[in-house]
Ligand binder design. Structure first.
Ligand code: MLT
Length: 404
């Protein structure tokens, strides 16, 4: 008789964005006359940039001729893409990362869920609270998180690092020493950023205690302030203690196209064993690479034209962020984020819980956002809005919220 992975049964509820999506669909079905505006999941709305489309069309044509047809991609991804990534995302920023330390994948969500496979089941993870749910849930599935306490909504074997208004939504070094630390900056969900000096403190700490940092830099393209690092490898010592995850979803609109990468420096070792070889082994066994057409699209992200077009796209979304920030502030809300990130984090009014505010916003303004408590207990009483809507919808949504 077959048996189930019991760890899956420990997971409370469904995936946050599935619940939010279901509630939106139910509301729409019950109120077909209402125009609901979605500012919940961080899904892009602007079309692919022309330089990317052109590269994709060309690659599609290549696939139609025997001379230029491509089958399986190389294990780590095509060199043309890894060279472009290494140069633009790292070497041009003074970060010492080479193309053979980059593993191209179909997105940062999968990588952030899969990376835990290469660690022992008895490592203790530390996460920010609130946090992108994939980091915790993937460790629950693996059986690493202990027992779930429904009252505190926490796992017994996870170190939570509260990110609150008091600490500017940036975690402090935990009292208990973790083995693996998940950090995401610019942050999802709070939209906060970390300065290079603060990130250096984390790198120094990880080096000192022998911990590993998994650094999710999916929102890097939204950084607008000088002292905010674009990659953890800007910090000396990070090559020995950090893995970085990057996505093409938010900077280039690839949420539906799917492309990402993970950097595993060759200096990163656990008792002499390079993590690079483990991740390469995992990649080789379980993954056959992002499609050629998509990797060519990714290469176009780094062309001169591509860079200019995507700067404009990021600016478009950040204009939305300003509309959200300013409108909410004007309406008396306490807000943060939205300066180096496409997320705005607001305190719910009148002591409403996050889900109460979700319902109130849906019913009174027909706007869908994401309840902060869905990201962890310290998110209770907060709410996330995304800047990834269209400008027109964002302006309309905020008008409605102001008039609630
Ligand atoms: C979010 O809304 O938090 C993100 O879109 C989720 C993701 O990137 O997977």
């Amino acid at each position: 008789m077959f048996k189930l992975n019991q760890n899956y049964l420990k997971l409370p509820g469904s995936y946050l964005f599935s619940t939010v999506g279901r509630k939106q669909r139910e509301y729409e079905a019950a109120h077909p006359d209402k125009k609901v505006i979605r500012l919940s999941i961080g899904d892009v709305t602007q079309p692919l940039a022309p330089a990317i489309l052109e590269a994709m069309h060309k690659a599609v044509d290549e696939m139609g001729h025997a001379e230029t047809f491509r089958g399986y991609a190389p294990d780590l991804g095509y060199e043309f893409l890894r060279n472009a990534i290494a140069k633009s995302d790292y070497q041009d920023r003074g970060a010492d990362i080479s193309p053979d330390e980059i593993f191209v994948s179909d997105g940062a969500k999968c990588d952030s869920g899969n990376i835990q496979e290469i660690f022992s089941l008895d490592v203790k993870i530390a996460v920010c609270d609130p946090v992108y749910p994939v980091y915790v849930d993937s460790n629950v599935m693996a059986g690493r998180t202990g027992v779930y306490d429904t009252k505190t909504e926490t796992w017994s074997n996870v170190i939570y690092m509260p990110c609150t208004a008091e600490n500017g939504f940036a975690p402090e070094i935990p009292r208990e020493t973790p083995d693996v630390i998940y950090l995401c900056f610019p942050n999802n969900p709070t939209g906060s950023a970390i300065t290079k000096d603060r990130l250096q403190e984390w790198v120094d700490y990880a080096g000192k205690v022998g911990a590993l940092i998994i650094y999710d830099a999916a929102y890097e393209a939204y950084i607008s302030q000088e002292d905010v690092p674009h990659t953890i490898y800007e910090c000396p010592g990070a090559r020995e203690c950090a893995i970085e995850l990057k996505s093409f979803s938010k900077n280039a609109g690839f949420t539906g196209v799917r492309l990402g990468y993970t950097v595993v420096p060759k200096d990163l070792k656990c008792q002499g064993t390079p993590l690079h070889s483990l991740w390469a082994r995992r990649h080789g066994t379980k993954y056959n690479g992002a499609p050629y057409i998509v990797q060519r699209a990714g290469e176009a992200v780094y062309s001169q034209e591509g860079k200019e077009q995507l700067r404009a796209q990021v600016a478009y979304y950040m204009k939305n962020a300003r509309v959200i920030l300013e409108s909410l502030k004007g309406a008396g809300y306490t807000v943060s984020g939205g300066v180096n990130a496409p997320y705005i984090w607001l305190k719910t009014p009148d002591k409403m819980t996050s889900w109460e505010f979700f319902d109130c916003l849906l019913e009174k303004a027909n706007v869908v956002g994401t309840p902060g408590s869905g990201f962890g207990p310290s998110g209770e009483g907060y709410f996330r809005l995304t800047a990834f809507g269209s400008y027109e919808n964002t302006v309309e949504a905020l008008e409605r919220i102001k008039n609630m």
